[in-house]
Design a protein around this ligand. Structure first.
Ligand code: HEM
Length: 443
C-alpha cells in the first residue's frame, strides 16, 4: 500500500510544477494583460495557480503521512481500501476542479473558486483519511510523539475548517454581511493553520529521523509548541478580519498567540541544528539543507507577519502585494522547503545511490530557488509599498494607469525571479519525480 502513498506524492510533485507554471503565466499577465486573455484570463489563471499549489502542499503532506506510517513507523494501515478510495476521490476532484475552471462553471469563494458541489467529495476524502489515521495509530502506537498529535489535529481541524469555509452556502450566514465575512475569513486563517499542523508535523518528524533520536519530538518544548500551534489555529486568524467590528482584546490575544508560534518554531529548529553532529549532517545532507533553509524564511516571514498583524499597518498593506508576499513567502519558503525535504528523505532512504547521482542538480536547484525567492519577495514588497503610498498618501491624485506604468520595471523583476523559482523547482522536483518517486511506485 506504500505504492498509493507514493502516488499521492507523485501527483503532488506534478501539481508543484504545473502550479508554478500557472504562476509564471499569471506573472506575464501582470505585464501584458492581453496575454492569453481569450483562453485563460487572469481571473481564471489565478485560481488555476493557487488551487494547484495548495494541492501540492496538501497532497504531499498527506502522501508523506501515509508513507511514514507504513514504512518508517512500521504500522499496518487499518484499511488499504480506504486509502485507495481516498486517492481515487482526490484524483477525480482534481480533474473536476480543472474542468470547473476551464469551463467557467465556478461559483465558489476566493481561494476555493471551483463549483461548490466538489467540496462534498473532498470532505469525504478527509473523513476517510481521518478514520484510517486514527484507527491505525491509536491501536498500534503508544506514547505518541508530537508529530502524531500534530498530524491528527491537522486532519480533524482541516475537515472542520474546510466545511466552515463553505458555511456561506447556508442562508443564515450568507444573509448577514458581518457574520458571513467574519466566518469566511476566520475559516481561511484556521484552514491554513490546519495544513501547517500537517506540514510542521512533517518537519518535526524529519528532524527526529534525521537525528535518529526522538527527543526532539517528545520533549516539553515540542509539546509546548504543539499547544501554541493549536491556539494559533483557533485564535490567530484575527488579522484576516480587522475590519469586522469586534472587541479589541480578541484581536490582541490573536495577535500575541500568532507571533509566539513562529518564535517557538524557530527556536526548536535552532536547538536541533546545534544538536546535530557533523556526521549526521553529511549523511542526510540534502534534506538537512532544505530544512535549515526554512529557518531563514521563518525569520523573514516572522518579520513581515509581525508588521502586517499590527492593525495600523494592516490597514495600509491590506489589498496590496504585501499580502501576496506574506502568502507566497510562507507557502514557498517554509511549506514547500519542508515538503521537498520530506520527498528527498523518502527517495534517499529507499534509493540512496540514486539521490547521490542527482545531488548536484538538486543543490543547484536549491540555490536557484532560494535566491530567486528572495528577489521575488523584494519585488512584491517594493510594489506593495508603492501601491500603498499611491492609495493613501499621494497628495495630487495620480491616475491608476500612471502608477501601474511606474511599477512596470518592478513587475519585470517579479516575472524574471518567478521564472527563477520555476527553474529551481524543475531542477529539484523533476529528477525526484522521474528517477525517485515514479520508479519507487513500480517496486
Ligand atoms: C511553489 C510555488 C508557489 C506557491 C506555493 C505559490 C503560492 C501562491 C499563493 C498562496 C497565492 C495567493 C496569494 C494571495 O492571495 O494572498 C499566489 C498568487 C500568485 N502567484 Fe504564486 N506561488 C508559487 C509560485 C509562483 C511563481 C513561480 C509565480 C511567477 C511569477 C507566481 C505568481 C503568482 C501571481 C501572479 C499570483 C497572483 C497574485 C495576485 O492576486 O495579484 N507564483 N501564489
Amino acid at each position: 500500500m506504500k505504492r498509493i502513498s507514493l502516488l499521492f506524492i507523485a501527483m503532488a510533485l506534478l501539481a508543484l510544477l504545473v502550479g508554478a507554471m500557472f504562476g509564471v503565466l499569471a506573472g506575464i499577465q501582470y505585464i501584458f494583460p492581453e496575454f492569453l486573455k481569450e483562453t485563460i484570463a487572469f481571473n481564471k489563471m489565478r485560481p488555476f495557480h493557487v488551487s494547484t499549489v495548495v494541492g501540492w502542499i496538501i497532497l504531499c503532506a498527506t502522501g508523506g503521512i501515509y508513507y511514514y506510517l507504513q514504512e518508517v513507523l512500521n504500522t499496518t494501515l487499518y484499511s488499504s481500501k480506504l486509502l485507495k478510495t481516498h486517492f481515487i476521490i482526490f484524483v477525480v476532484c482534481a480533474i473536476a476542479v480543472y474542468i470547473s475552471f476551464a469551463t467557467g462553471k465556478m461559483g465558489g469563494r476566493e481561494y476555493m473558486e471551483y463549483f461548490p458541489l466538489i467540496t462534498l467529495p473532498i470532505l469525504i476524502g478527509w473523513i476517510l483519511f481521518g478514520i484510517n489515521y486514527f484507527k491505525t495509530t491509536l491501536k498500534q502506537i503508544q506514547n505518541w510523539p508530537v508529530y502524531l498529535w500534530m498530524w491528527g489535529t491537522g486532519i480533524v481541524f482541516m475537515t472542520y475548517h474546510f466545511t466552515e469555509a463553505h458555511f456561506w452556502l447556508i442562508p443564515y450566514f450568507r444573509e448577514n454581511f458581518i457574520k458571513d465575512f467574519a466566518v469566511q475569513w476566520k475559516s481561511y486563517g484556521s484552514f491554513v493553520g490546519s495544513w501547517n499542523m500537517l506540514v510542521y508535523g512533517t518537519s518535526v518528524f524529519l528532524m527526529a529521523k534525521v537525528k535518529g533520536n526522538e527527543s526532539v519530538a517528545c520533549g516539553k518544548k515540542a509539546f509546548f509548541f504543539y499547544f501554541l500551534g493549536l491556539f494559533n489555529l483557533m485564535l490567530g486568524w484575527a488579522h484576516h478580519s480587522y475590519i469586522v467590528p469586534t472587541v479589541p482584546w480578541i484581536r490582541y490575544l490573536a495577535y500575541g498567540v500568532s507571533m509566539t508560534e513562529w518564535i517557538i518554531f524557530f527556536s526548536i529548529l535552532r536547538d536541533w541544528k546545534k544538536m546535530l553532529s557533523a556526521d549526521e549532517k553529511i549523511k542526510n545532507n540534502l534534506s538537512y539543507q532544505f530544512l535549515v533553509s526554512t529557518e531563514f524564511w521563518v525569520c523573514i516571514n516572522l518579520f513581515i507577519a509581525l508588521l502586517i498583524s499590527i492593525p495600523y499597518i494592516n490597514y495600509y498593506t491590506h489589498g496590496t502585494h504585501i499580502t501576496v508576499l506574506h502568502s507566497m513567502g510562507t507557502t514557498i519558503g517554509i511549506n514547500t522547503s519542508i515538503l521537498l525535504a520530506s520527498v528527498i528523505f523518502i527517495v534517499n532512504r529507499a534509493m540512496p545511490q540514486v539521490t547521490e547521482q542527482f545531488k548536484k542538480q538538486i543543490l543547484s536547484g536549491f540555490w536557484i530557488l532560494n535566491i530567486s525567492l528572495l528577489v521575488f519577495l523584494c519585488s512584491l514588497l517594493w510594489s506593495g509599498i508603492k501601491r500603498s503610498i499611491w492609495m493613501y498618501f499621494s497628495e495630487n491624485p495620480v491616475p491608476f494607469g500612471s502608477m501601474q506604468e511606474d511599477l512596470q520595471s518592478v513587475m519585470y523583476v517579479f516575472l524574471l525571479s518567478g521564472l527563477g523559482i520555476l527553474t529551481g523547482l524543475l531542477f529539484i522536483a523533476f529528477p525526484l519525480l522521474k528517477r525517485g518517486i515514479l520508479p519507487l511506485t513500480k517496486k
